[in-house]
Design a protein around this ligand. Structure first.
Ligand code: AMP
Ligand code: GLY
Length: 424
């Protein structure tokens, strides 16, 4: 197949890598891709969606896969579908599940999907009044897309009120903060669950755990994610079933009723509180770095799953996963997540050890290429992925691979998957 992938991260690299590893020979294009994706296909530079759709038509692209949320919220799927192109991802209307937290929370309430108690408002008085009914910590969220920074966990009522004032005045997040959500803090453990959906049917992937804080032991600022592993033993069949019955099914049925059938990846941020899955949020795309560890666990065809989902035929296929575990350790640049860093050359040692060669790989994200050399020039630069028959084995292999990747200022967490290994 001729496949176009939108995005430039490790997530898109990992999707492409999985597709390239299939038996069938596929031709890949990236918009825009990164400094490593050109080893898997052709990088494009077509920012306008109409130009991109024209390219897809002229080049007989059979499937387009959208990685990040912004083009989805901006309506790239609608532009492609209007031209009868096959594209995997939600319409702009369905992407509101991520594009507007107010839309998402009101949807959850309307369809009785368990979520944290909340208020959505643009009135400072109302927000303060509700805040006074909660005990700290208190969660304050900006309505719109804020690149993962729009959630404040305030440790006191005063801190919550400052966050509310700054959002509603447009000071902290501009227009994205002109409506806010104030909600109760949920104390539990967090999971990333992914359902690949075709509007009616869905396939639930093995549950993963991300590590959002920058530093070991969940300290430091929030990031886009510093590492992930799957499947997590923190989920049993009963919990999967609760998520199916109480979250995914009502969401797919509800979105149909709203006139926006959900096609694409439904990423459910779940907080498990006393064994019950509570929906923290939805995203409408794969998590990053979760995607980098889920793709290598798939043993059936990745491109076929996306193609069938995009053509509303998921019911025809069976998706299979390996019985192994995957652990991904993100390597970030020196000043991440505060500011950009000076591009640093990446040195990749030759992998001579057979076990490491066969059971690890690198998924490239914030990298550029110049004169045949690779440079770290983004926040999250790459992900070292290890596979194994146990989480510990996969984790040890991922870290061995980390030791073979070098660049000035490289930053990693050393405790990825710790929650799964606490008792071992
Ligand atoms: P979100 O962008 O909504 O996923 O929020 C970012 C992160 O903030 C989540 O991954 C959680 O770790 C945390 N968070 C969000 N909402 C809550 C909540 N109600 N209770 C506890 N933690 C939360
Ligand atoms: N890793 C979390 C996210 O992609 O939002």
């Amino acid at each position: 197949m001729k496949i176009l992938i939108l995005g430039n991260g490790g997530r898109e690299y990992s999707i492409a890598r999985a597709i390239k590893n299939e038996k069938e020979d596929h031709t890949l294009f990236f918009q825009p891709g990164n400094g490593a994706t050109h080893t898997l296909g052709t990088n494009l530079n077509l920012k306008d969606y109409n130009d991109l759709a024209k390219f897809a038509l002229e080049n007989e692209i059979e499937l387009t896969i959208v990685g990040p949320e912004s083009p989805l919220v901006d309506g790239v799927v609608d532009v492609f579908k209007a031209k009868n192109l096959v594209i995997f991802g939600p319409s702009a209307k369905a992407a509101q599940l991520e594009g507007s937290k107010v839309y998402m929370k009101n949807f959850l309430a309307k369809y009785e999907i368990p979520t944290a108690r909340y208020i959505e408002t643009d009135s400072i008085e109302e927000a303060f009044k509700f805040t006074n009914t909660l005990t700290a910590p208190i969660v304050v969220k900006a309505d719109g897309l804020c690149g993962g920074k729009g959630v404040i966990i305030a440790q006191s009522h005063d801190e919550a009120k400052v966050a509310i004032s700054e959002m509603l005045s447009g000071k902290s997040f501009g227009d994205a903060g002109l409506k806010v959500i104030v909600e109760e803090f949920l104390d539990g453990y967090e999971l990333s669950m992914f359902a690949v959906c075709d509007g009616e049917d869905y396939i639930l992937l093995p549950a993963a755990q991300d590590h959002k804080r920058l530093l070991d032991n969940d300290q430091g600022p929030n990031t886009g994610g510093m590492g992930a592993y799957a499947p997590t033993p923190l989920v049993n069949e009963e919990l999967y079933q609760k998520v199916r019955d109480r979250v995914i099914r009502p969401t797919l049925d509800g979105m149909k009723k709203e006139g926006a059938p959900f096609e694409g990846v439904l990423f459910i941020g779940v907080m498990v509180v006393n064994g019950e899955p509570i929906t923290l949020e939805f995203n409408v795309r794969f998590g990053d770095p979760e995607c980098e560890i889920l793709m290598p666990l798939m043993t059936s065809s990745v491109s076929d799953m996306f193609y069938k989902a995009a053509t509303n035929r998921l019911g025809e296929i069976k998706v299979e996963f390996s019985s192994q575990y995957a652990v991904g350790v993100v390597m970030a640049s020196e000043n991440y997540p505060y500011s950009s860093s000076t591009p640093a050359e990446i040195i990749l040692d030759a992998v001579k050890h057979k076990e490491i060669e066969e059971n690890t790989h690198v998924s490239f994200a914030g990298v550029s290429e110049q004169d045949g050399k690779l440079y770290a020039d983004g926040g999250r630069v790459l992900v070292c992925v290890g596979l194994g028959d146990s989480i510990k084995q996969a984790r040890d292999r991922a870290y061995l691979r980390c030791g073979q990747v070098h660049f000035a200022g490289k930053k990693i967490r050393t405790d990825i998957a710790y929650q799964a290994l606490l008792d071992n």
